[in-house]
Design a protein around this ligand. Sequence first.
Ligand code: 6R9
Length: 653
Amino acid sequence: MASLAASAASASATYSVPAEWRARAMIKPDTYDAFYAEAARDPDAFWKREAQRLDWITPFTKVKNTSFAEADFGIKWFEDGALNISANCLDRHVAERPDAIAIIWEGDEPGDSRIISYRDLYEEVCRLANALKANGIRKGDRVTIYLPMIPEAAASMLACARIGAIHSVVFGGFSPDSLAGRITDCDSQLVITADEGLRGGKRVPLKANVDEALAHCTSVEKVIVVRRTGTNVAMKAGRDIWYHDAVATAAPDCVAEAMNAEDPLFILYTSGSTGKPKGVLHTTAGYLVWASMTHQYVFDYRPGEVFWCAADVGWVTGHTYVVYGALANGATTLMYEGIPNYPDFSRFWSIIDKYQVEIFYAAPTALRALMREGNTWVERTSRKSLRLLGTVGEPINPEAWEWYHRVVGEGRCPIVDTWWQTETGGAMISPMPGATDLKPGSATKPLFGVKPELVDAEGAVLEGAAEGNLVITDSWPGQARTIWGDHERFFQTYFTTYAGKYFTGDGCRRDVDGYYWITGRVDDVINVSGHRMGTAEIESALVAHAKVAEAAVVGMPHDLKGQGIYAYVTLNANETGDEALRRELVQWVRREIGPIATPDAIQFAAGLPKTRSGKIMRRILRKIAEGDVSNLGDTSTLADPSVVANLVANRQS
Ligand code: 6R9
């Protein structure tokens, strides 16, 4: 098991592929090597074969047509083929196994559950697709989905895909303002929401939030409302329709639109280092090939197994692994409405026992929170059904990894630590359980077709064991194609820092075995509980407050969240920074963006460290927030070096 050499070198063990996995897995060590080599050497042949996993309406003749260079920049895969994603996720499984379970839904309250077969889901999706059409939605139109984790969320995504409408799912934790911004940016004509959401016994006023958002939006004509809790909500005549009424009269069959491989599938807003959130756009064929392939190989998935990805569909992980990858592969996908600690800290593990979950995939932040509560919450459950565990969203610290492995998985289940991003569509660097020896804290090795490289700040390529910035040098099918409405920003953001390469925004170390260790964001993005937040967004929310003159936000280490939000705030003249104002600003940010952006610390500052040209030196602010004040580096270029001592003296802990 643990290799002594590795332990001595990096204080981390190596877990070799268990014999039973080596025997049963689809991808074994030699298959990994052969597939990786073929995808690098002859991508057309490799992807032509992988694309056969989908049903095509019109077969493609061209495979890869991509360039990251400015002169001929463009990303196209399978460009003359046509297919429909909902037909791939539903119709072909209904034809073969109509009674197989597509979705197991577990509600917030234990005992509240629904089991949905592929036939049921097909009919629901067709009815809703017909209802969308009856409400004026056509191919290419945008539909915003603002729903809790209920089966209607998956049905809404698939109904859009069926008729070629582009969906934009907005996480239910976002505020009315954030929702309004995302609706307006893509000019959605229709919103699908629910009366309320339910999370950990608390109600989330989704419909009221939509009403507030729509006061600032002009594009939306219709709102479809799922009745979830049954609370009384205002229904605006001529605009708002109940979901159950809309589907009741609709036919349970709907022809799946033939979509070109490069037609848009969805927009998903994500935070960047500057400006407002970007509408990352994914297209049809390449995305689904990537979602399906990675779901199958990374999780070694076989039809019949119960797969549980604990992410919300409001994030890319929910898109790719709760919905598209899982359903494309005919999986039984588990959707859980609630939170890990309700009604108690055993909930995840009880759900695993209740449905005999075989594969469980979650964020390290949830695992750290549960680990803190002690082992008895885990040990009172059986978990015998589990055979594979996964993580996503942020680096996992080796202690949490070891706990997950030893206590949750009883040493029996490999852990796939999957590194990827909204922009990559699916997993990029990850172990495969039958092929990869594991090192706790490392996402290990690139998947087929992924060509990672480490570069230094000047762009020089680093060879062998090294640490630098992570870039990907060639296109893969699941890659985002553009930013909605701003192709230039797409190119500028990802392909100009290191010309001709996709820049991930992450720092990374590669060890002597060629394993990749993601060290975290190197740009002004922070990762709070596995959620990406742009510091610029939080800063602009803070300065929108009447008493705030200036704000600078940085990440700080946080035991549970991975990173916490530390805000330096300069007030307008004559304002005093006291506890009451601190609380008010915290509430203000929650209301402006949503609870996920709640600042963990606010430090009132007389001045911020700026260069003579007025640029805030964040490096210094980060060090102070981390409590690492002994070596603040060179402060001589500051316009007023004395602000630093003041900041150090008033640090919040
Ligand atoms: C899928 C998802 C992307 C950022 C990414 C990185 C961090 C994701 C990780 C990881 C270390 C992993 N990240 N997975 N860091 N190990 N296994 O999370 O997408 O919300 O766009 O976030 O998350 O920093 O750049 P997204």
